[in-house]
Design a protein. Structure first.
Lengths: 295, 319
């Protein structure tokens, strides 16, 4: 007995040091929904990444004699599009651009918004007012309208679409980062760091960042869902990718004319957007409840 | 008294927001690649003509002066003329906004009713199968690319079943709206499609609110003193109302301002479709004007929601 409790005592600090994130990781790995979503996302990402080595048909090679084949046609498991290109190949290759233009804006906004929010929340005062009131201006536009206004003014193109979505998401992440930072700023351990002579940058980098990143990261994961829909939406309108690139939003646009001939092939690219979007949403929910240790 | 002070402060606070919104709309034209004149001038215009037009449109003046002039005209209802049609921008925008409002209100009726219903049920029966169904519907609603859903609706109800028209807002392709079945048929698919996102968001919000309120001590106290479940329910509603109202107001604003994708799918002749044609015809005055009007609608709606929230929530004592 004594031996056992001794080992338990020795083990205790070790488990405690692994601490919070290990617990969160364990909780999320037990959540079936999150794990299924993660698996689906890994499959979609991996197939997009490895597309050239999967033995797929050429996603650019069309043929006038085999346009709009139905799902299940031999050699064309998911049919062909309006120019006779293999849908399976285009959907898998399409993941490359679609995922890039959907996820990059959130990554950029995450970096910019976290920095702005951290500074605004930590420094406070006039700087906070300046940053947060500027952010408010962007909240005066519905996000779809803002994305389309900027994209529409800049003109069509992948870079412009990424820029416009980044501008849409920076204010949202900044707000979250600022409110989390303000909550952490007055905690005792920050006070202690300040008392021990740490400068503002050291405090922000070493003591605050680790404590605010979690909630911001969860929020950003949920934003990827919105970003995927909006990025593909811009391409769907003709403001993003240009033909003949395979990209889900653009494919949906060019296949719109085919809904009377082969409706279900026309709807396929949307299924991919939906799948990625819902998986990121559910994953974000899963992380949020895994990080909420109180329950 | 506090409420009135809050409302007054809130109204004053709107002024800088409106000015900044105007500034952003003004600058939109100036972030376009190349000269803003490109859209107005014929491709083979001479140097002199270009210079003349630049003076005529005032593009040769310093930016702050241009902004001042533009703002002064905008305040007087002059947003310039559409390059494509030559008609005043304000007339074009206001006519289109009417159709967007019709669509947004119809979608709000569907989305908010279902969202409130699902949210309350899910909140009351937490962690039961009913909750799981409602939550799944909600998460699907917020994750679905709504323009794709619109296409799928058209495929099912127009192409396959031939029940409802696929595009337009009335028989014969007319843009004029009327409150009869012939016109209503055109509204059903776009309204259902638009309602999906607000349905999902309202469900999630109301579910979380209801759950939180039901776990609070005062509900326990109400039950302990023998209140019937229906009366407890009234208290839940009362406590959830301000936040739910704010979320619904915001959603209505998103539907009004973010209608471009749905309107493109259904060729619904609203402000979104107008915006679409403004973008692709490089009709910059129309683009600028439409965005300005839609953003001002959104700001006004937010103000109304805040005031309504302050009026119905006795707890609001904002500093």
């Amino acid at each position: 007995m004594t031996v056992m409790s001794d080992t338990a005592l020795q083990a205790a600090p070790a488990t405690k040091a692994r601490g919070y994130w290990a617990t969160v990781g364990r909780r999320i790995s037990r959540d079936k929904v999150s794990m299924v979503c993660a698996l689906v996302l890994v499959l979609i990402f991996a197939s997009a990444l490895l597309a050239p080595w999967l033995g797929l048909a050429d996603p650019y090679q069309g043929s006038m004699i085999r346009r709009l084949r139905h799902i299940g046609t031999p050699n064309y498991p998911l049919g062909t599009d309006e120019l006779g290109r293999d849908m399976l190949a285009r959907l898998i290759y399409g993941g490359r651009l679609s995922l890039i233009i959907g996820i990059l804006p959130v990554i950029f906004a995450f970096v910019i918004g976290t920095s702005l929010g951290l500074v605004a929340g930590y420094v406070g005062g006039r700087l906070n007012t300046a940053i947060m009131r500027t952010i408010d201006v962007f909240y005066a536009f519905p996000s779809v309208l803002l994305a389309i206004a900027i994209s529409g003014a800049l003109g069509a193109g992948i870079v412009n679409s990424i820029v416009s979505l980044t501008i849409v998401f920076v204010p949202q992440i900044t707000r979250v980062a600022e409110s989390v930072t303000t909550g952490v700023r007055n905690m005792d351990f920050v006070e202690a760091a300040r008392a021990s002579g740490a400068g503002p940058f050291t405090i922000m980098r070493v003591h605050m960042l680790g404590n605010v990143l979690g909630p911001i990261f969860v929020y950003a994961t949920g934003l990827i869902s919105v970003s995927m829909i909006l990025a593909a939406g811009l391409s769907f309108l003709g403001l993003g990718t240009k033909p003949p690139e395979p990209e889900w939003g653009l494919m949906l646009n060019t296949l719109r004319t085919a809904i009377y001939v082969n409706p279900w092939v026309a709807a396929l690219p949307g299924v991919m957007i939906f799948a990625v979007s819902i998986c990121f949403n559910l994953l974000s929910d899963g992380m949020r409840s895994a990080m909420d240790i109180r329950n | 008294m506090l409420v009135f002070a809050y409302i007054a402060r809130r109204i004053v606070y709107v002024i800088p927001i409106v000015l900044s919104v105007a500034l952003v709309c003004f600058l939109l034209v100036h972030i376009t690649p190349g000269d803003p004149l490109v859209a107005v001038l014929p491709a083979d215009a001479s140097q002199e003509l270009a210079a003349q037009m630049r003076t005529a449109y005032g593009f040769d003046r310093p930016l702050p002066v241009q902004f001042g002039l533009w703002l002064w005209r905008a305040i007087h209802g002059d947003l310039g003329s559409s390059i494509a049609t030559g008609r005043p921008v304000l007339t074009e925008v206001l006519r289109a906004v009417g159709n967007t409002v019709t669509l947004a209100v119809a979608a709000a009726l569907i989305g908010f009713t279902l969202g409130l219903l699902f949210g309350l049920i899910a909140g009351y029966f937490r962690d039961t199968w009913i909750d799981k169904v409602a939550t799944s519907v909600a998460i699907a609603g917020v994750s679905v690319p709504h323009y794709w859903l619109g296409m799928v609706m058209v495929i099912i109800f127009s192409v396959q079943l031939n029940w409802l028209p696929a595009v337009g807002a009335g028989p014969g392709g007319s843009g004029a709206w009327g409150w009869d079945w012939e016109h209503m048929k055109y509204l059903i698919l776009p309204a259902i499609t638009t309602s999906v996102i607000p349905m999902g968001i309202v469900t999630r919000t109301v579910r979380a609110l209801t759950g939180d309120i039901l776990s609070q001590d005062f509900v326990e106290a109400l039950r302990a003193k023998g209140l019937r479940e229906l009366d407890v329910f009234k208290h839940v509603i009362k406590n959830a109302a301000p936040t739910a109202l704010a979320v619904m107001g915001l959603q209505l604003g998103y539907m009004l301002g973010g209608s471009i994708l749905i309107e493109t799918v259904f060729s619904w002749p609203g402000s979104g479709l107008l915006l679409n044609s403004a973008i692709f015809q490089r009709d910059l005055p129309l683009l600028q004007g439409t965005i300005l009007v839609l953003a001002l609608f959104f700001v006004a709606l937010n103000l109304l929601v805040d005031i309504a929230q302050a009026a119905i929530d006795p707890r609001i004592k904002r500093g």
